[in-house]
Design a protein around this ligand. Structure first.
Ligand SMILES: Cc1cc2nc3c(=O)[nH]c(=O)nc-3n(C[C@H](O)[C@H](O)[C@H](O)COP(=O)(O)OP(=O)(O)OC[C@H]3O[C@@H](n4cnc5c(N)ncnc54)[C@H](O)[C@@H]3O)c2cc1C
Length: 370
């Protein structure tokens, strides 16, 4: 039998993280899907003061080189409690590790310290109105002129676009060759002239989404991250940070725990459903642990994301049934449930994740045989 347990030190860390998360909830409120909807700069500072940003980053760059499982423990407690970690989350999860891997030493010196102190918020400029799943079709352009790239185009669904200090922009520096060539990653300070941000309120009244317009925005060439025109692979790597984490499993755990209190546990169908969901949490966690312990094959985060976000969707259905009318009249719960379709879309849809699993792991043909 597989025995899996944490060390006493890790259990102590979990207790501490739970206490800090609960205090954060008391002070700033409990948020559904708190890694994307719970925005608080003050709580980001608290995370920084605890040393819980950049936990696994190399000491050389200000991180604490702690085992990656410790970051998962802290993140799980934060998100399960609904503590507002969104202001630091993209930097910690994705932009910091990407800059550490592909950035220049100057970029590391410039951007990492203020991520670690929770001062800067980052947004991710990937999706465009006509380019979502098929990222290689993106058209926002960066044309080199002297020491600058001149940016033109539009991004959409840019979470935190209106509050971010920087946008990690995926754009086109060349239209020659196949579509996945000519893509580059550029750090764009959001206060540059020519950037217009228009927030979108979604149907749950959350306001993290934005449209971001770039009109002749001048960005210094030194803001290019990695290799010009060859960033598609970098972006795919970045998406692995986005897809394989605990944030994809426990976004609505707080709602689940609330529903458990009210579910009719004498009903065999409800008991069956709870046992399936509990198993789902266990399986999901094992998948996430495999990712963070680097035991999963490259690209397997597609399967992890698919399983975990579909689990979150099932949790939402359970909460709906268990709480009955309350899920319609309690605003917080209604909003949490209405948000559920987002889980299997953001970070890549389940259909697209299944394509990756089929093509990369099962060796299926890209096109059906004639
Ligand atoms: C809550 C949330 C936060 C987000 N935050 C950000 C952000 O911060 N930055 C950012 O850049 N983007 C963000 N997004 C956008 C997200 O990445 C895209 O919505 C996602 O990649 C899907 O793209 P799309 O919406 O254009 O849908 P499309 O790509 O148009 O897909 C539409 C439908 O077609 C299906 N489909 C498409 N291609 C295929 C295929 N090859 N095979 C099978 N089915 C296919 C899809 O599964 C889907 O059902 C966010 C989205 C959500 C929901």
């Amino acid at each position: 039998m597989l025995e899996f347990s944490f060390t006493p030190e890790q259990e102590t860390l979990r207790d501490k993280a739970r206490a800090v998360a609960n205090k954060g909830v008391e002070e700033f409120g409990r948020f559904n899907d708190s890694w994307i909807n719970g925005f608080s700069k003050e709580f980001a500072q608290i995370m920084a003061n605890e040393g819980w940003i950049g936990m696994g980053w190399p000491k050389q760059y200000g991180g604490s080189e702690r085992p990656s499982i410790e970051r998962v423990i802290v993140a799980e407690e934060m998100i399960a409690a609904g503590a507002p970690i969104a202001a630091m989350w993209f930097a910690d999860r994705q932009m910091g590790p990407t800059i550490i891997t592909y950035g220049t030493e100057d970029q590391k010196a410039e951007y990492l310290p203020k991520m670690l102190t929770g001062e800067t918020t980052w947004c991710i400029g990937m999706s465009e109105p006509d380019s979502g799943s098929d990222l290689a079709s993106l058209s926002t352009s960066a044309e080199r002129k002297g020491d600058y790239f001149i940016l033109n185009g539009q991004k959409i669904w840019t979470s935190f676009g209106d509050v971010a200090d920087y946008c990690y922009l995926i754009c086109r520096t060349s239209s020659e060759g196949p579509p996945h060539r000519g893509i580059s990653e550029i750090i764009v300070p959001m206060d540059l002239p020519g950037i217009e941000v228009s927030p979108i309120t979604d149907m749950t009244m959350n306001r993290h989404f934005c449209e971001v317009y770039f009109n002749n925005v001048h960005v210094p060439c030194e803001n290019l991250v990695g290799t010009e025109g060859e960033a598609f692979k970098q972006t795919m790597k970045q998406l692995e940070h986005e897809r394989g984490g605990i944030d994809r499993l426990v976004s609505n755990k707080a709602l689940y725990l609330e529903a458990l209190k009210h579910a009719d546990k004498t009903d065999p169908k409800v008991r069956q459903e709870i046992s399936e969901l509990e198993s789902g949490y266990h399986i999901g966690k094992l998948l996430v642990y495999r990712e963070v312990l680097k035991q999963a094959p490259a690209g397997f985060s597609a399967a992890t994301k698919c399983f975990c976000t579909e689990h979150e969707w099932k949790v939402a259905q359970f909460v709906n049934r268990a709480l009955g009318a309350r899920s319609l009249i309690d605003d917080k719960i209604t909003r949490g449930l209405a948000y559920a379709p987002a889980y299997t879309i953001m970070g890549g849809t389940s259909n697209v994740m299944r394509n990756i699993i089929g093509e990369r792991f099962l060796g299926l043909d890209r096109e059906p045989r004639q």
